[in-house]
Design a protein around this ligand. Structure first.
Ligand code: FAD
Length: 463
């Protein structure tokens, strides 16, 4: 690998090599995990390159292929698993200069990979009163390309499912990393070759996404003395086909205590359900709350302008913002990503783990079924205990998607996605793109069932 020869071929494409800035740009939000923090803290690239056009992306990838320079793509760097961290050094490929919304139709939008999700929605709302179907709670920062390559779902998934579902992404334009990089337009099932592949098998430069009708969503917070009652209410809301909601999230006490700015509205020791409700559904939702004996603590349509200026939107209390709020108060907590088949599974885990695992659920819809996706907090003590908590989940029929792993497979279904692997052979034959993130590429024989964490050989390279 010759980073100098690589850089010499980039012409006037912006480059940054100040070590402090490069290290900052080599990080994502991996530090939510004490396990990843210990493993990845030292990781840094040698240079950040910031192409402005598709041709410039091709120039970077051509040079990377020729000189064997590792390339790690990066949007806003809000991923949580070290996905956007350059385990093998080399160059960070910053896509945030490619941020244009390219076309808007009533039912779809096409934008460049570096477009920020909130900006996309701003333009589609103005043009056609439409909005992205769902977005991560990092909506105000995250890029479209980073969401597709590194995210899964979020606010709106209660109605529309996640990125993995057919129809959630309409098309992608990607650039391959070969002697002569190709521009490929992927549609249909081909999209899944690259979606949620951490940029290991192609650089996304454009994406086309479906739109839903936009609403002036009303934030609500409903209190419950009993967390399981809060879960039953939340499931009920999602099952009511006539109640148009974008976010439903039960958070067990003491989690609401971490929502600092909302404290004046909350009652101590209550669990809450966070909601985003379409204005047309508000009266019916009020009725539904009263049927469940819920305690409506906050609604944004009754708040003053001054209150609204001071308060974060409810979606910034939800998803991994819940963890962030907790970390700001207690830096020793971390979290897990889980799935509970029924409310009874939630109850069992709450009973078994108590305050060691303050429970946080995101209600989502998967293949038409209302599902309890968990993002519980964990009062972290040791990595061994964390593994035990994972085992307790699995022994009780609950899935865990381990957020304390930096590889695609270990954080996901613990098996190789053969489509993604085959596509990497085609689109990145030298393995230059985001090395160390796809176990199957580095070590095809790795046994995921053995329960050991995989360690990338190239981590900690000496250049
Ligand atoms: P980055 O972090 O920059 O990149 C993510 C991955 O994609 C990396 O592997 C990177 O190499 C790759 N990549 C980036 N751009 C490209 C490209 N153009 N082509 C190919 N590969 C690329 N995620 C959710 O899904 N739902 C949530 O609700 C959610 N909530 C969050 C809350 C908090 C507080 C935090 C810190 C994170 C949360 N996340 C969530 C994770 C993350 O914010 C989102 O997935 C976000 O969409 C990532 O976008 P990004 O631009 O920051 O991507």
């Amino acid at each position: 690998m010759s980073i100098e020869a690589f850089r010499a071929e980039l012409g006037d494409i912006p480059q940054e090599d100040n070590p402090r800035i490069v290290q900052q740009r080599s990080r994502d939000h991996y530090w939510y995990s004490p396990v990843l923090k210990a493993k990845l803290d030292h990781v840094t690239a040698e240079v950040v390159v910031s192409p402005r056009t598709i041709d410039e992306v091709k120039t970077v990838l051509r040079a990377a292929f020729r000189h064997d320079v590792a390339i790690t793509p990066r949007g806003a760097g809000t991923g949580n698993y070290g996905q956007a961290m350059p385990l093998a050094g080399g160059a960070m490929l910053n896509l945030m200069n490619m941020d244009k919304v390219l076309s808007i139709e009533p039912d779809r939008v096409r934008a460049q990979a570096g477009a920020v999700l909130e900006k996309i929605d701003h333009e589609t709302r103005q043009a056609v009163r439409g909005e992205l179907r769902f977005h991560p709670s990092t909506y105000r920062m995250a890029s479209l390309g980073g969401f597709i390559a590194g995210g899964s779902g979020g606010v709106g998934s209660v109605r529309w499912g996640g990125l993995r579902n057919l129809g959630s992404i309409l098309g992608l334009k990607i650039i391959t990393c070969e002697a002569e990089p190709r521009e490929l337009d992927l549609t249909g099932e081909d999209i899944l070759k690259v979606a949620h592949a951490y940029g290991t098998n192609g650089i996304i430069v454009e994406a086309e996404m479906p739109l839903a009708p936009a609403h002036d969503w009303v934030d609500m917070i409903v209190g419950f003395d009993d967390f399981i009652e809060a879960c039953r209410f939340a499931e009920g809301v999602a099952l009511q086909d006539g109640l148009l909601v974008k976010e439903v999230s039960p958070c067990a006490a003491p989690i609401p205590g971490y929502f600092n700015r909302h404290q004046p509205y909350l009652k101590q020791d209550q669990s809450v359900v966070l909601l985003m409700v379409a204005p047309v559904a508000v009266p019916a939702l009020e009725l539904f709350i009263s049927h469940h004996a819920g305690d409506l603590r906050f609604r944004s349509d009754n708040a003053t302008e001054d209150e609204l200026r001071r308060l974060p939107p409810v979606y910034e209390l939800a998803w991994n913002h819940t963890t962030l709020r907790a970390l700001k108060v207690d830096p020793t907590v971390t979290y897990l990503q889980t799935r509970y088949p029924t409310v009874e599974h939630v109850r069992r885990i709450v009973d078994l783990l108590g305050d060691e695992l303050p429970m946080h659920i995101e209600i989502t819809r998967q293949d038409g079924k209302v599902t309890f996706a968990g993002l519980p907090l964990v009062r972290y003590t040791t990595e061994e205990r964390l593994e035990e908590i994972i085992r307790i989940h699995e022994d009780n029929g609950c899935d865990v998607f381990n957020p304390h792993r930096y590889t695609l497979e270990e954080g996901g279904m613990k098996r190789t996605d053969q489509r993604q692997l085959a596509f990497k052979r085609e689109a990145d034959p030298k393995g230059v793109l985001n090395p160390g993130k796809m176990v199957a590429w580095e070590n095809p024989d790795f046994d995921f069932s053995a329960g050991k964490a995989w360690l990338f050989d190239g981590l900690n390279p000496v250049h």
